[in-house]
Design a protein around this ligand. Structure first.
Ligand SMILES: Nc1nc2c(ncn2[C@@H]2O[C@H](COP(=O)(O)OP(=O)(O)OP(=O)(O)O)[C@@H](O)[C@H]2O)c(=O)[nH]1
Length: 194
């Protein structure tokens, strides 16, 4: 049987419980939104194949439980991911401040500590401050910018999750990433529960 995709990417969603990770994923893969909060147990995943410049890219997205009690399980998935989305709820200052904690968890298992300039105890500023949020990913030395998205809006969700794209190798061909290193990805600020 012909291969249904050319490259495979494994991505991971992490962040506090209830920030909307599952909703973001459901919107992206199934174009659905669920208003009830059913906490993820451990990890779950969904897949979607998209076409980028004629290349079939299969995206496997792992949705992790935000609850502390599952963290021994969820941390095991960090190393295998090729990109990690740090998700918080824009209306929850607490979930925003916790981003630092999620970043250090990723640091523990990945090679992200080698990113220059990151300092312990970096203050992210207020979640409600536009400038503060925009600077947060820079302060954390994340390779991708902060993005605002929402599980309730199809366009925003697609845009935020599609932003990670495969890069061309030196010989101009698309390559499957080996996936041995975990790198914190963009900060996703979900629109408030309004
Ligand atoms: N208004 C609004 N509500 C949202 C949005 N995204 C998620 N929600 C609501 O937030 C609640 C939690 O969403 P989930 O996606 O289950 O949260 P989670 O981060 O996966 O939670 P855990 O599995 O416990 O880690 C649900 O009641 C959703 O309906 C959003 O963009 N806007």
């Amino acid at each position: 049987m012909a291969k249904q995709y050319d490259v495979l990417f494994r991505l991971l969603l992490i962040g506090d419980s209830g920030v909307g990770k599952t909703c973001l994923l459901c919107r992206f893969t199934d174009n659905e939104f669920h208003s009830s909060h059913i906490s993820t147990i451990g990890v779950d995943f969904k897949m979607k194949t998209i076409e980028v410049d004629g290349i079939k890219v299969r995206i496997q997205i792992w949705d992790t439980a935000g609850q502390e009690r599952y963290q021994t399980i969820t941390k095991q998935y960090y190393r295998r991911a090729q990109g990690i989305f740090l998700v918080y709820d824009i209306s929850s200052e607490r979930s925003y401040q916790h981003i630092m904690k999620w970043v250090s968890d990723v640091d523990e298992v990945g090679d992200a500590t080698s990113l220059p300039g990151r300092r312990e105890g970096t203050s992210l500023g207020k979640a409600s401050s536009q400038g503060g949020r925009a600077n947060a990913s820079r302060k954390l030395c994340l390779p991708q910018p902060w993005m605002k998205t929402s599980g309730t809006h199809q366009k925003a969700s697609r845009r935020s999750l599609l932003v990670i794209r495969p890069t061309r190798s030196r010989n101009g061909r698309w390559e499957e990433s080996k996936g041995s290193k975990s790198t914190p990805g963009p900060l996703l600020g979900l629109q408030g529960h309004s």
